[in-house]
Structure formats: structure tokens, C-alpha cells
Design a binder for this molecule. Structure first.
Ligand code: FAD
Length: 498
């Protein structure tokens, strides 16, 4: 039996009560409110063929973080007189069934720029428009609306941080007001509703404490974290990236708000406002791009470029990406992925990735550079996939943007500037505390010859890109790959690395 005259709040990211304009609008002038989260089995259920514990798409740490965030959201909704309705299945099918069964008049969800959600939302919006259901889908996952910025820039995204910041100005939309209660949940009819499942209920065996991330999911945890940060005015005012120690693990050198921003447990707009409040109350503070506020602008920058660039997540067909004859060597890739390169600094970071799902920005720099243009010359898309699976903050726009950057495929082109997998780590971790924490076993391998070889390949690829004015064909890439392989000196070096 349907209740009628209800609105449906569809949670995907934006797993929070504070500053949630979609939730606020959904709750206004309605008798019943259905707060829904759909578990997509493809994203959540165990996949035995994956290289780490987890589903086909996500590692277990991120699934766990999401479940914790959902449980926290459910508990906050209950305090406001509501609850989270958890359903299972292909999200657009489930959603459409709910809209029909509950005779929903208003559908609200946060706007999402990721291709996956764009395709999903297209289907759901289509149904809603034929059924005469009002749809409200505000931009609240980013500070700015990427569409507006692209429009201001004549239809193309700005490709430098500076031009982005100039176009963007200050965020103008006000934060939503705090909700003190929510309308009742209506009759759910024949739809199968469950509580937020536990990791065991999803079919996973419990992983040992030693293997799991120290960061707990949820809005409550995020607000607590943000509160501690804003109370430390001096730290906020002097924050300066890339300064900061990537090997600090007992007290990380940055906020570790990324997984909370990824799932929207914290509003980036609220975070921005808190930073502005701190800045107003101190004599001096750092500025973008190095300040903490500047980091949030980096996030919006990558969201905007990713949204406005077709095939942003691949080399081929991506107009802002250099065409480079990366190798597809799965042995090198798995050695990197499984922390078996023999470089303690690199391997320790990869263990931290697997165990914690989070590493400091410069640690990410080190391993991404090493895999691609630094030492192994493996395709950045392969490294991106590993990060995408294992990071708890895995974010489509930011992850791809940074892999493009680190591999000198876009945004940054000084391929002679590499991170030494030895001296860079030693600079920050002279006593090996970080390395010994994540990597009790040590081995040693050579780096100099491999990195020299990678730089030679980058030079050839850049020359090719220049000669062909950015129009590098598949055949050009094949030819260059052959040429590089035919070099006997290079062959000998390759053998040595293996
Ligand atoms: P803080 O320094 O405290 O910064 C606050 C917030 O600003 C971050 O939470 C993040 O939302 C944003 N931010 C910071 N640095 C960047 C950046 N370079 N680009 C865009 N936004 C930024 N970050 C992700 O959130 N998800 C990813 O999937 C991701 N993949 C990455 C892959 C590579 C190869 C590299 C080099 C970096 C990647 N980053 C990613 C960016 C960055 O490393 C993390 O955002 C940061 O380390 C998270 O820690 P924090 O929250 O303590 O950051």
C-alpha cells in the first residue's frame, strides 16, 4: 500500500545531515519522507577473483568505511524521528520501483559529476519526468558548480589551478540550515527494507585488527575531526603543502578528511567556512595553493577539469593527456602493487595503502612516480586502478587528475624531476620508523639505471607529441614502443630490473 504525497531522499554520497540542501528540500512541506540508500551488489558483495579482499569495485576497507558512515547516518536520522531505508539491487531499478510503489511526488538527491552517476541519474530523471515527479538535485559535493565554471571559461574547463581560482572567486551559495526534526517515514508497501548490514552480513569474513584502517567512517567522526582541526588555529593558519612529513603515521601531517569528503560525511562548504572563520581570527595565514583552503580548491579544480574533459580517465581519446608508450608489464605492476619492489620506502607506502587505505600526499607522489615515469614505466591507468580499489578516499576526479599529474601526462610536465625512492624517503624517515612500522622485512635494489631509462623514454615520447602536434596515432605509439624495445642497451637494463 502506498502512502502518497511523499518525498524520497536518495543518499549516495552526501552521507550527512548538516549542510545537505537535498535533504532540507526533501523534508519541506511533505507528509512523508523516505530516506533511501541502495546497496549495489556489484559495489558491495565479495568478489573472490579480486586481488584484495573486497567487491569487484572496492577494497574491504572502503566498504567498511561506507557501512560505518551509513550506520552513523541511520542513527542521526533516528534522532530526528526518521530512519535510513536500505534496499538492495541495481540502483536505478530499485529507485524506480520505490518511486512507483510509494507514489512519490518529489525526488531529491545531490548532483554528481562522475560518469557512473551521470548515467544512472539520467535513467532515474527520465522516469521521474514521464511520471510527473519533481526532481531536485543541487550541487553540494563541491564548492562551485563545475558547469558554471566551464561556461565562464567559454565552454572548456580551465587547465591551470591559477586560472581556475580566478574564475571561481568565492563560493556564493549559503549553507543549509540545521534540521531539528524530519517528517515520518511513510508505508513502505512491498519493498524489501533492511537495516544497515554489517560487514559479515555482506558475506565477508572478519579481517584482523592488524589489517584494517584506523579511520572510522561517518558524519559524527568527521565533525569531531574537523572540530579538533579548527580548534588548532595555529596549525590551520600555518598549514603549508608540500611541507609536512609524509612518514608521520602516529599523527598524520594533514587533516585525513579526504575519506569523509569523498562520501560527503563532511560538507566541503562547511569545511571551507570553518577555515575562513579561523583565518579571520589570526594575524597571518598561508594562502592558496599551499594553504588548507587551497587544498579544497585543488579538489574543486580536479572536479571541474574531470567533468569537462571527455575520456578524462584514460590516455586514448583524452585531449589533455600526453600519448606515451607505457608498458603493460603485469609482473612489474604486481611487484609494485604487492609491495615487492625491494625499495623499502616504496614498499612501506604500498603496505600502508593496503592496510589503511590512506597515505600522505607525498607518499602517493612517491609511489605513483615510481610506477610510471620514475622507474617502471608502467601505464598510469594501471596504478590508478590499484589506488581506486584500495583507497578509502578513492575519488574518480581527484585520483585520475593526480595520476595524470604524477605521470607527467597532463598538468605537470617536468619529467626530469623525479622522486628518488631512496633519498626522498630517507629525508623524512631517517631512522626508518615508518618503514619498520609498515614493512618489517627489508631488501635493496638499484634505482639509478631504471630511472635514467625512464627519462630517456619520456624524452622520446614528448618529442613525438611535439612533432605530431598532439595528434599521436595508435600506430605512432606502437612504432615508438618498438623503437625503444629494439635498443639493445635498454633490453639489457630491462632484464636487470626483472
Ligand atoms: P589535506 O592536505 O588535509 O587536504 C584537505 C582536502 O583537500 C583533502 O581531503 C582533499 O579533499 C583535498 N586535496 C588535498 N590535496 C589534493 C590534491 N592534490 N588534489 C585534489 N584534492 C586535494 N585524494 C582523494 O581524495 N582521493 C583520491 O582518490 C586521491 N588519489 C590520489 C592519487 C595520487 C597519485 C595522488 C598523488 C594524490 C591523490 N589524492 C587523492 C590527493 C591527495 O593525496 C589526498 O587528497 C590527500 O592526501 C588526502 O589527505 P588529507 O585529507 O589529509 O589532505
Amino acid at each position: 500500500m502506498a502512502s502518497g504525497s511523499g518525498s524520497l531522499m536518495w543518499f549516495r554520497k552526501g552521507l550527512r545531515i548538516h549542510d545537505n540542501p537535498a535533504l532540507q528540500y526533501a523534508a519541506e512541506g511533505t507528509k512523508f519522507l523516505y530516506p533511501v540508500f541502495v546497496i549495489d551488489p556489484h559495489y558491495m558483495e565479495p568478489d573472490k577473483n579480486a586481488f584484495s579482499l573486497g567487491s569487484a569495485r572496492a577494497g574491504l576497507n572502503r566498504i567498511n568505511f561506507l557501512l560505518e558512515s551509513l550506520a552513523d547516518l541511520d542513527s542521526s536520522l533516528k534522532k530526528l524521528g526518521s530512519r535510513l531505508l536500505v534496499l538492495k539491487g541495481e540502483p536505478s531499478e530499485v529507485l524506480i520501483r520505490c518511486l512507483k510503489e510509494w507514489e512519490v511526488e518529489k525526488l531529491c538527491f545531490e548532483y554528481d559529476t562522475e560518469p557512473y552517476y551521470q548515467a544512472l541519474d539520467f535513467k532515474v530523471k527520465n522516469y521521474a519526468s514521464t511520471a510527473g515527479i519533481e526532481v531536485f538535485s543541487p550541487v553540494s559535493h563541491t564548492l562551485f558548480n563545475p558547469t558554471d565554471i566551464i561556461q565562464k571559461n567559454g565552454g572548456r574547463p580551465p587547465l591551470s589551478y591559477q586560472s581556475f581560482v580566478k574564475l571561481a572567486g568565492q563560493p556564493s551559495s549559503p549553507l543549509s540550515h540545521t534540521l531539528s526534526s524530519l517528517p515520518l517515514v511513510g508505508d513502505v508497501g512491498s519493498c524489501v527494507i533492511s537495516e544497515v548490514p554489517t560487514i559479515k552480513e555482506l558475506g565477508y569474513v572478519d579481517i584482523g585488527q592488524d589489517e584494517c584502517s584506523p579511520f572510522r567512517g561517518g558524519e559524527s567522526e568527521a565533525l569531531k575531526r574537523l572540530n579538533e582541526i579548527k580548534n588548532d588555529k595555529e596549525w590551520v593558519a600555518t598549514f603549508e603543502k608540500p611541507k609536512g612529513n609524509p612518514s608521520a603515521f602516529l599523527r598524520p601531517a594533514t587533516t585525513v578528511l579526504s575519506p569523509y569528503l569523498k562520501f560527503g560525511c563532511i560538507s566541503c562548504r562547511f569545511f571551507y567556512q570553518c577555515l575562513q572563520d579561523v583565518y579571520k581570527n589570526v594575524k597571518r595565514h598561508t594562502s592558496p595553493p599551499v594553504s588548507l583552503l587551497g587544498q579544497l580548491l585543488w579538489r574543486d579544480f580536479f572536479y571541474t577539469v574531470a567533468f569537462g574533459t571527455p575520456n578524462f580517465d584514460q590516455m586514448r581519446g583524452n585531449r589533455i593527456c600526453k600519448q606515451i608508450p607505457w608498458n603493460d608489464d603485469d609482473e612489474l605492476l604486481t611487484a609494485w602493487r604487492d609491495a615487492r619492489t625491494g625499495y623499502p620506502w616504496i614498499d612501506a607506502i604500498m603496505v600502508q595503502l593496503r592496510k589503511w587505505g590512506w597515505m600522505h600526499h607525498l607518499a602517493r607522489h612517491s609511489v605513483a612516480c615510481f610506477l610510471t615515469r620514475g622507474d617502471l614505466f608502467v601505464h598510469w591507468e594501471k596504478g590508478r586502478d590499484v589506488f581506486e580499489r584500495l583507497l578509502i578516499d578513492s575519488d574518480w576526479a581527484i585520483n585520475n587528475g593526480n595520476w595524470l599529474w604524477l605521470s607527467c601526462s597532463s598538468f605537470f610536465y617536468q619529467y626530469n624531476r623525479i622522486y628518488s625512492p631512496i633519498s626522498f624517503g630517507k629525508k623524512y624517515d631517517p631512522n626508518g620508523d615508518y618503514i619498520r612500522h609498515f614493512l618489517p622485512i627489508l631488501k635493496v635494489v638499484l634505482h639509478d639505471s631504471a630511472s635514467k631509462e625512464c627519462r630517456r623514454k619520456m624524452a622520446e615520447a614528448y618529442a613525438l607529441n611535439k612533432d605530431s602536434n598532439g595528434m599521436v596515432s595508435e600506430e605512432d605509439i606502437r612504432n615508438l614502443r618498438r623503437k625503444l624495445k629494439e635498443d639493445p642497451e635498454q633490453e639489457a637494463k630491462n632484464k636487470r630490473i626483472r
